[in-house]
Write a protein that binds this ligand. Structure first.
Ligand code: AMP
Length: 414
């Protein structure tokens, strides 16, 4: 019997963590998933769940280990050992490729790309614009290369989907020479999610992506909005870094840049302290001490004024972006909510579009209250614009893009 290499390992490497999923691309089934966290510390933790595969007896049974894992190489070896226990070893000829989430691809990478030395050098060159993420992503790729040097490693960039933004949306109104010298422009992030969700929304509407204009609201701990016209991104709320745009769990989103001068000159804070304040101690957590929308809603229901104000600021910003992107697109076919908050928090969805009938937006209270993992419409049947919830799946999108690039060039295995 002849079979093909149909598995893809998806790696999302952070500075001290690695998240992974192994998928079978014949049907997109998840074979295993897990994460290693606190890499480099004494109490590193590996959580691994086999989901399907040769050993049906172990499927669904989570395994956890806490032990020192010194670096990313040791982390990937530990993951490989867990996968091997389930008969899903990374030495298997069924593994077609490893797909890596890479946060910043700059202007150069508008498509998933098979990694070679030149691609690695370019990702490295982008470190100044993504100092937290790209070094970790590079470490993940190099580690995976060392483990399976024969296998295609594919980089899938968070910025790629946004490279179609026109210059008038991508440029900041600052001195052009300075901007160009330092590659300062709006790149946008969460692109894998915006691509996946906008395509799935077109499917939900029974149309081709080229026929529909969609506003995607990716509301997780990080949050971003995008305006997608006929399948192409024409604007997005994150910018040079993920700090711009919506109010997020711990990030401020849009702010007058002069606030930063003020914090330095008047409050005497260092640049690193301001960076930390705006990225880690602002947004919902800065406003009310909590960044989890479940907790914030619980406090709102109890009449807590700080939680109420945090919620109202969050919603106000969201509504401004819905209005702005309605103007950017002109004709809007769907507004779609995704990620942790967007998929689960009915009060956020309700408040985001309340009173926006003039923009053609409405939510049906009964449909909005339904909990489901499936893409679903939550607007009334006569709504001019469809309002929908479409669960995102960045790992599946990375695996599909990876497999589309390398799957068909792999030779059959006997
Ligand atoms: P993500 O970054 O997409 O994993 O989203 C994480 C965020 O989703 C959490 O910080 C919560 O604010 C939010 N979240 C998750 N589950 C729920 C829920 N059931 N209701 C409201 N918010 C939720």
């Amino acid at each position: 019997m002849t079979s093909h290499a149909t598995r893809v390992l998806v790696l999302n490497s952070g500075s001290s963590s690695v998240k992974y999923q192994l998928l079978d691309m014949r049907d997109g089934a998840r074979l295993a998933a897990g994460l290693v966290e606190r890499i480099g510390e004494a109490s590193s933790r590996l959580v691994h769940t086999p989901l399907a595969g040769p050993d049906a007896a172990t499927a669904g049974k989570k395994r956890e280990r806490t032990e020192p894992i010194a670096d990313h190489a040791a982390a990937l070896e530990a993951v490989a050992a867990e996968l091997a226990r389930d008969g899903l070893g990374l030495d298997s000829p069924e593994l077609a490729a490893i797909g890596h989430r890479v946060v910043h691809g700059g202007l150069r990478f508008s498509e998933p790309t098979v990694v070679d030395d030149e691609v690695l050098a370019e990702i490295e060159r982008l470190v100044p614009v993504a100092p937290l993420h790209n070094p970790a992503n590079l470490t993940g790729i190099r580690t995976a290369q060392a483990l399976r040097p024969d296998l295609p490693q594919v980089a899938v960039f968070d910025t790629a989907f946004h490279t179609t933004m026109p210059e008038h949306a991508a440029r900041y109104a600052i001195d052009v020479a300075t901007a160009d010298a330092h590659r300062i422009r709006r790149y946008g992030f969460h692109g894998t999610s915006h691509a996946y969700v906008s395509r799935r929304t077109a499917e939900l509407l029974g149309k081709d992506p080229s026929e529909v204009n969609v506003i995607v609201l990716h509301l997780g701990n990080g949050a971003s909005a995008s305006a997608v016209e006929g399948g192409r991104c024409v604007d997005t709320s994150m910018g040079l870094t993920p700090l711009e745009g919506l109010v997020m769990g711990t990030r401020s989103g849009d702010i007058d840049p002069a606030v930063t001068f003020h914090l330095k000159r008047v409050a005497g804070m260092s640049v690193d302290e301001i960076d930390e304040l705006l990225n880690k101690k602002s947004g919902l957590v800065g406003l009310c001490g909590d960044n989890d929308m479940r907790e914030i809603r619980r406090r709102v229901d109890e009449g807590d004024p700080a939680a109420r104000l945090a919620f109202d600021i969050y919603i106000h910003r969201l509504r401004k972006y819905i209005g702005a992107y309605s103007a950017v697109l002109g004709r809007v076919d769907a507004v779609v909510f995704t990620a942790g908050v967007g998929e689960n928090a009915a009060p956020v969805r309700e408040a985001a579009v309340a009173g926006l009938e003039t923009l053609g937006l409405a939510v049906d209270a009964g449909l909005n209250a339904v909990r489901s993992d499936e893409p679903r419409v939550i607007s009334p049947a006569d709504s001019r614009v469809v309002v929908a919830v479409v669960p995102t799946d960045e790992e599946l999108e990375i695996a599909q893009q990876t497999f589309a690039l390398v799957g068909d060039v792999r030779t059959p295995i006997a």
